[in-house]
Design a protein around this ligand. Structure first.
Ligand code: CA
Length: 226
C-alpha cells in the first residue's frame, strides 16, 4: 500500500506515518499543497489522507486533482462541522475523519473505502479459525482485534494458512516473503518465525518446526494434523 499523507502538523503526521510503516505500507508526507501536487506528479498512490487545514491553504483544493487521478481520499478535519463535511463529500472525498481519531478507526475507514472502490462489500481475506488476514491492507486480526505484525511475518502467515494441514517448505516461504535483492536466508526466516510464533501463541496458535524441511501452522482446536 502506498499512502499520500497531506498534513502540516508534524505532531500528527509523524505518528500516522509511523503507524503506516508498522503495517509495511509506504507513506509519503506532504506539508502543503505544492509538495502534494509534486508527489502526485511523480508517483502513484493507493489512497490519500488529506488534512483540510494546511496553515493558510485549504486541503480541499486537492480533492479535484485526486479525483482526476482516481486516487481515493479521506479528509481529516478538526471541527465536527457538518456543512464542511458535506462540502468535501460533494467535492468527491470518499470519507472523512474528525480529529482526534484512533489509528484503528483510520485503518477501518481506509479498508472500507478500498473495499467500496473494489465494488464489493465482501472482504478479500484469508481466514483460519478466528484469525483473519485482509489481503488488501495486509492487516491481521484475531476475533476482530488488530494484531500488528511486520509485513514479512504477515506474508509468512499467509503461506502457512494457504498450506494449512501441511508443511510449508523453507524455500516456499523465502521466495514468497523475501524479494530477490534481499538476503533471504534460513536464519532470517527462523528469526521471523520465532517472533510470529510468540505473537500468535497466546491465541492458541502454534508454528511447528520440521527441522530441515519447513514449518506448519496449527491451532489448539485442530486435533487432526498430518
Ligand atoms: Ca492542519
Amino acid at each position: 500500500m502506498k499512502v499520500l499523507l497531506v498534513e502540516d502538523e508534524i505532531d500528527i503526521a509523524v505518528p500516522i506515518n509511523r503507524f503506516f510503516s508498522s503495517l509495511g505500507w509506504k507513506c509519503s508526507v506532504a506539508k502543503n499543497l505544492n509538495t502534494a501536487i509534486e508527489l502526485l506528479e511523480e508517483e502513484t498512490f493507493d489512497i490519500c489522507i488529506l488534512d483540510l487545514f494546511l496553515g493558510r491553504e485549504k486541503g480541499s483544493e486537492l480533492i479535484p486533482i485526486l479525483n482526476d487521478k482516481g486516487i481515493p481520499v479521506i479528509v481529516l478535519t478538526v471541527v465536527d462541522d457538518v456543512s464542511e463535511k458535506v462540502k468535501c463529500l460533494k467535492m468527491g472525498a470518499d470519507d472523512y475523519l474528525v480529529k482526534p481519531f484512533s489509528f484503528e478507526e483510520l485503518l477501518a475507514r481506509i479498508e472500507a473505502v478500498l473495499r467500496r472502490l473494489k465494488g464489493t462489500n465482501k472482504k478479500n481475506s484469508l481466514v483460519y479459525e478466528n484469525l483473519e488476514i485482509d489481503l488488501l491492507s495486509m492487516i491481521v486480526s484475531i476475533d476482530g482485534e488488530m494484531l500488528p505484525l511486520p509485513k514479512k511475518q504477515v506474508m509468512i502467515l499467509i503461506k502457512l494458512i494457504e498450506n494449512i494441514g501441511r508443511i510449508t517448505p523453507y524455500e516456499k516461504l523465502l521466495s514468497y516473503a523475501w524479494s530477490s535483492y534481499e538476503d533471504a536466508t534460513i536464519e532470517s526466516l527462523r528469526t521471523h518465525v520465532h517472533y510470529l510464533r510468540k505473537a500468535l501463541r497466546k491465541y492458541g496458535f502454534d508454528i511447528i518446526s520440521y527441522v530441515g524441511i519447513g514449518y506448519a501452522l496449527k491451532h489448539e482446536k485442530t486435533t487432526k494434523f498430518s
